[in-house]
Design a protein around this ligand. Sequence first.
Ligand code: CDP
Length: 418
Amino acid sequence: MPYSDLAARWAFLLAGLAIGESRISARGDHSAMIAALGALGATARQAPDSTWVINGRGIGALTEPDTVLDVGADGWLLAALAGLLASHPIFAVLTGAASLPAGMKAMLQLIGARVQQPASLGMPMAIAGARDALPIDIEVTETNLAVTALVAGLNARGTTRLAFTGTVLPPMIAHGITTLRGFGAEVSDTVEAGQRVILLRGQPDLRCVVRPALVIAVDGPAAAGKGTLARRLAAEFGLPYLDTGLLYRAVARLVFDAGGDPGDEDAATGAARRLRPEDTARSDLRGPPVDGAASQVGAYPAVRAALVDFQRQFARAKGGVLDGRDIGTVIFPDAPIKFFVTASPSARSRRRWLELQARGVAADLDQISADMRVRDANDAARAAAPMQAAADAILLDTTDLDADGAFEFAAEAVRARF
Ligand code: CDP
């Protein structure tokens, strides 16, 4: 499944520790982690759709590397590998430009490892890991030490305990906990006396993670901010984006081009069946005549039926963020995360007016407002796939939110779920 950058790092590591095949799609450069996992006995390859396919050997089953493990400048990778090596009875040398946090050496020794490093420099560091790793119990002052403790705790006998001052976890640890749980580790997260306390049970049977590509559905009325939000979510989570409104707009445009009437169901259906992906890239799909006509053609069940496969195929291989009116209800009713974006009618009319102004199109606010009212009523009242919030959609009212605010809210909801 697609992971945000922070979660992806945990996912690669855990996939390398789960027995069997996991599939992960993630952006970014994970080559140092993949090289290290390879040296420790896991295999990783990239499938043609660019998903990573990782085969792990299981916690406790790492092989001793016959090369030095280079972490580059990556402090997280150093912390994670140090935890991994300290908790397995193997000998390995870590090198790289990353600096060793104060207290790391002492922590590795508490786990039961023997550590050697040049007196003044952090790296290279030679680690002879523990035969029976001991669980750690610490008050966390440095996030990377918590990473080391969590990773080592996976192969420790007993329960690792981390206490964070304050009630907010560093994002790196929050993502770690969510991802650990996704792989089947037992992690509890409670607030005790003003501290956030994490307990991790050692030696779990991690399960492989093979999940279908992530689909995020974004529905809602005209000019509620769906497009901006969907585009930013797509960029954040490395997913393709499809504005499904363009399909209906292009159908309406094809009807006009052929001298037809969008109120003619047969003409609209014929256009929907002829639609090619490049038709949605035209520059004349926005503006008053097409707005209303798109809504008209979108009311015909045969038009909608002709466009279903295109939308489902779009997200089949890599997932995607799709915005429209019926994504969460009809096109992807099983999407794991759905948003229904609304805003007050006056906020929406004003946004559309500003949008047109910015494009240099003269427009009248009252007229926009009236057109939008008609279109929303038509979209909500039609029998075929009416615009409505799916029962499991997250409602997002953007009347008083700017684009950043809406994005932050939605991105957090996606992260919290995965
Ligand atoms: O950009 P705006 O929100 O104004 O509209 P759009 O998303 O481009 O959609 C234009 C019209 O296409 C809508 O009024 C709907 O009637 C129709 N549509 C639909 O029926 N189903 C979708 N999934 C997307 C759009």
